[in-house]
Design a protein around this ligand. Structure first.
Ligand code: FPP
Length: 249
């Protein structure tokens, strides 16, 4: 770190109120492809750098005292990409399932959201093993969204409610916002306070649309592989400067 970077880092740290850290931060890891293109590298190199950033930022989130951090790693739409790219993403995810636990310095719990039925049985077995092996870690929670899309998640939740209604286990008036929330993949978790999207896009792209109804949104043009601890601090400091009213006055 250069002297100027150290100075900037100290100044940022001083800006953050450590008594008012958002409980749940959700991140859309975008810009890997453009990062690679700018360096004339294949897209998979961008994803590999993105996976490194994912590890650094999950660790940093724990150190900051964020209780839940959700990363958008693979969307329901990402299957439409070239076979090579999908395979390279699957290889990175599988590597994380195989080796991620060893790197966990901060005793985090790891969970996955999304429709896992699309993955191979061996992939799902590894995913279940990681969830099981970390389920008693109380430091904080790393939530990884795989084959995830909000519309798909809401559809699955509504289907399960409809099945209960058809079987006579639920009456129409039992269907409340709380019930719907509890049937989502994030059931039991607090809603995100802050959603971060780097890479200069200003969209939520089917990410936590129900849960993010009142989330503060933070956009920046930085590409995900370049995203640093200081960028997370910047986003948290900006979040803390905002006045959250949840529809009230
Ligand atoms: C979007 O960038 C990013 C993705 C579709 C994949 C994100 C996945 C990772 C960072 C790897 C995750 C790994 C682990 C271990 C969780 P893009 O390809 O759309 O970028 P572009 O818009 O610049 O083309």
């Amino acid at each position: 770190m250069s002297l100027l970077d150290k100075f900037r880092h100290k100044r940022l740290e001083a800006e953050v109120d450590f008594e008012n850290i958002p409980k749940h931060v959700a991140i859309i890891m975008d810009g890997n492809g453009r990062w690679a293109k700018r360096r004339s590298l294949p897209r998979k190199s961008g994803h590999a750098m993105g996976a490194k950033t994912f590890e650094v930022i999950s660790e940093c989130a724990g150190e900051l005292g964020i209780k839940v951090v959700t990363f958008y790693a693979f969307s329901t739409e990402n299957w439409k990409r070239d076979k090579d790219e999908v395979e390279s993403l699957m290889a990175l995810l599988e590597d994380y399932l195989d080796n991620g636990l060893k790197k966990l310095k901060n005793r985090a719990q790891i969970r996955f959201i999304g429709d896992m039925s699309a993955f191979s049985e061996s992939f799902r077995e590894k995913q279940r093993y990681v969830e099981e092996a970390t389920k008693n870690n109380s430091g904080f929670l790393i939530n990884v969204a795989l084959n995830y899309g909000s519309r798909d998640e809401i559809t699955r939740a509504v289907r399960s409610i409809a099945a209960d209604a058809a079987a006579g286990r639920l009456a129409p008036e039992d269907v409340t916002e709380e019930l719907i929330s509890s049937r989502l993949d994030t059931g039991g978790l607090p809603d995100p306070d802050l959603i971060i999207r780097p890479s200069g896009e200003f969209r939520l792209s089917n990410f936590l649309m129900w849960q993010g109804a009142y989330a503060e949104l933070w956009f920046d043009k930085i590409l995900w592989p370049d995203f640093t601890r200081d960028d997370l601090l910047r986003a948290v400091a900006d979040y803390q400067r905002r006045n959250r009213r949840f529809g009230g006055r």
